[in-house]
Design a protein around this ligand. Structure first.
Ligand SMILES: [Zn+2]
Length: 296
């Protein structure tokens, strides 16, 4: 019997039941299906290397990919809203990791957001990072990778270093450092004093001795003012009891230019190695990793 042969009231109730059944199906099964799709997709826009060194390299703003089905953020009411890409920071982070692998036969943890910042800003708290619910898995994949890497480092080596790699366009040859004026590197300071932050075998001190302009100047008492770190250094830094010292690095445009990328990556790998040998690998109780590093 077709629908039009039914009395109006019966037709209504038949349609109502069908509609309810369809709604129930849609509400029960589709979100789970959609979530599974987006969870898988979100990992495709993330570069993640599980490291064999207690060092995390993160690059949240260098991505070049659109996120399917997501419109660019508008930033209404979001402080310090920007959608600008940190050009060549994804490439630089990866090049540093490759250089470390070539030098040491060991790799840092590498976490690169491949999605464009205009869709998700991975260096913001969740409320300011994305606007559409479909963007959430991309943000969460990125931060899950950092927190899991930090946890692995704590378990295997006790403590570690996180470098959050960014770009600035105000001083082409300079690197601004952000640590919330020492908070996110408080464990290093406590354990080894200023030498671990500014000395010749510190990461920044070694870069400075290689000729890089580090700001604020390491020899001055100047405080960080222009760049003081961001969500990542504030969340994962050692002042939170994480045992991960975190530094945000805002790298000048000449240092990130394609023609100079290889040299910059090499110098960073050199500085990371010098720092790690002095302050990272052998300060842990078992020093389990150190013997497998090539001797110098
Ligand atoms: Zn940035």
């Amino acid at each position: 019997m077709s629908c039009r042969h039914l009395p109006a009231i019966a037709r209504c109730s038949w349609l109502a039941r069908l509609t309810r059944a369809l709604l129930f199906f849609a509400c029960t099964f589709l979100p789970a299906y959609a979530l599974a799709q987006t969870a898988a997709d979100s990992d495709k826009l993330l570069t993640f290397w599980a490291g064999t060194l207690p060092v995390i390299l993160a690059a949240p703003h260098g991505g070049r990919e659109a996120i399917p089905g997501i419109t660019p953020r508008r930033g209404v009411g979001v402080p310090q809203f920007t959608v600008a890409r940190d050009s060549n920071t994804a490439e630089l982070a990866e090049a540093i990791a490759v250089k470390l692998r070539q030098r040491l036969g060991a790799t840092p943890f590498l976490i690169i957001a491949r999605f464009e910042r205009k869709f998700v800003d991975a260096n913001r708290d969740p409320a300011a990072a994305y606007e559409m619910p479909q963007a959430k898995p991309y943000y969460e994949s990125y931060h899950r990778a950092i927190s899991q890497s930090a946890e692995t480092i704590r378990q295997k080596w006790g403590s570690g270093l996180l470098l959050d790699i960014h770009a600035q366009g105000t001083q082409a040859e300079a690197i601004f450092c952000g640590t919330d004026n020492g908070k996110s590197v408080s464990q290093l300071q406590k354990q080894f004093g200023n030498a671990a932050l500014r000395g010749p075998k510190s990461l920044l001190g070694h870069l400075a001795s290689t000729g890089y302009k580090i700001l604020p100047d390491l020899t001055s008492q100047e405080r960080e003012s222009r760049y003081t770190g961001g969500f990542t250094t504030r969340t994962y830094g050692s002042h939170q009891g994480t045992r991960i010292d975190a530094i945000q690095l805002e790298i000048g445009s000449n240092l990130r230019a394609k023609a100079n990328l290889e040299r910059t990556a090499n110098d960073f790998a050199d500085a990371i190695e010098v720092f790690a040998r002095e302050y990272l690998l052998c300060r842990n109780s078992d020093c389990a990793f150190a013997p497998s590093l090539p001797r110098r």
